[in-house]
Design a protein around this ligand. Structure first.
Ligand code: GTB
Length: 216
């Protein structure tokens, strides 16, 4: 059955792989599932056809036969459950990998995402510097704990899993700041993940969308 996901027709990240279709593309590449991409404009995202797939008018979505999913974390979990390679077989190890998926999205992503939004949208506010410092403090707390847990391991809990995939997509948002430099093991963790052939294929595919839009 054909898998179709949605992505920005023109991603504001200019092909840096920061929009949330990237994690879905990467998961599909890791498990070797081919997929098609339907590019949507900001206008189309507000229209009924897209809202029927994604009630909040966002990307990504996932369609496979009569199954439609939204929320990138749920989509990655679905892919990991249906195909081998992203979750361990052993029950407890599998549950721990899923804990890391939730940790990435619920514990680490919120301050990281708010920080990147603040840098884009709140620069002109009189309280900008104060807000940035507060967010950096929150991020620092999370990264300190994550770095301590990772130690000198390659991945968070044994083999590379969907937990690592989501965590790395979150940490990648920090690349344009110098925040990760303070945590060499986390910077190496991100680099290790970026070197995975599946990541590189996914990155190239989303970059090609930006390049095509720029040349058209
Ligand atoms: N919780 C949802 C999920 O995980 O699927 C959140 C989805 C989401 O935030 N989608 C964003 C979106 O559709 C795109 S990824 N936004 C439009 C809207 O809400 O109206 C977030 C994003 C946007 C831009 C950049 N960037 O330019 O760097 C990076 C990430």
């Amino acid at each position: 059955m054909t898998i179709t996901i949605t992505a920005f027709e023109r991603s504001p990240d200019r092909g840096r792989g920061l929009a949330r279709d990237m994690r879905v593309r990467w998961a599909l590449e890791e498990v070797g599932q081919p997929y098609e991409v339907r590019l949507v404009s900001f206008k189309a995202m507000t229209e009924p056809a897209h809202l029927a797939l994604q009630p909040f008018g966002q990307i990504p979505t996932y369609e496979e036969g009569d199954l439609t999913l939204f929320e990138s974390g749920a989509i990655v979990l679905h892919i990991a459950e249906r195909h081998g390679g992203l979750l361990p077989d052993e029950t407890n190890a599998r549950a721990r990998a899923i804990s890391w998926m939730f940790a990435a999205l619920n514990t680490v992503e919120p301050p990281v995402f708010d920080h990147s939004l603040a840098r884009i949208l709140e620069r002109d506010q009189p309280w900008y510097e104060q807000r940035l410092r507060a967010l950096e403090e929150s991020i620092g707390k999370r990264l300190h704990s994550l770095s301590a847990r990772l130690g000198d391991a390659d991945w968070l809990d044994g083999a590379f899993s969907a937990g690592d995939l989501l965590m790395v997509t979150v940490l990648l948002r920090l690349k344009s700041s110098n925040i990760l430099d303070e945590y060499p093991n986390l910077a190496a963790y991100v680099a290790r993940a970026e070197a995975r052939p599946a990541y590189q294929r996914a990155f190239a595919a989303q970059l090609a969308v930006f390049q095509a839009a720029s040349s058209g």
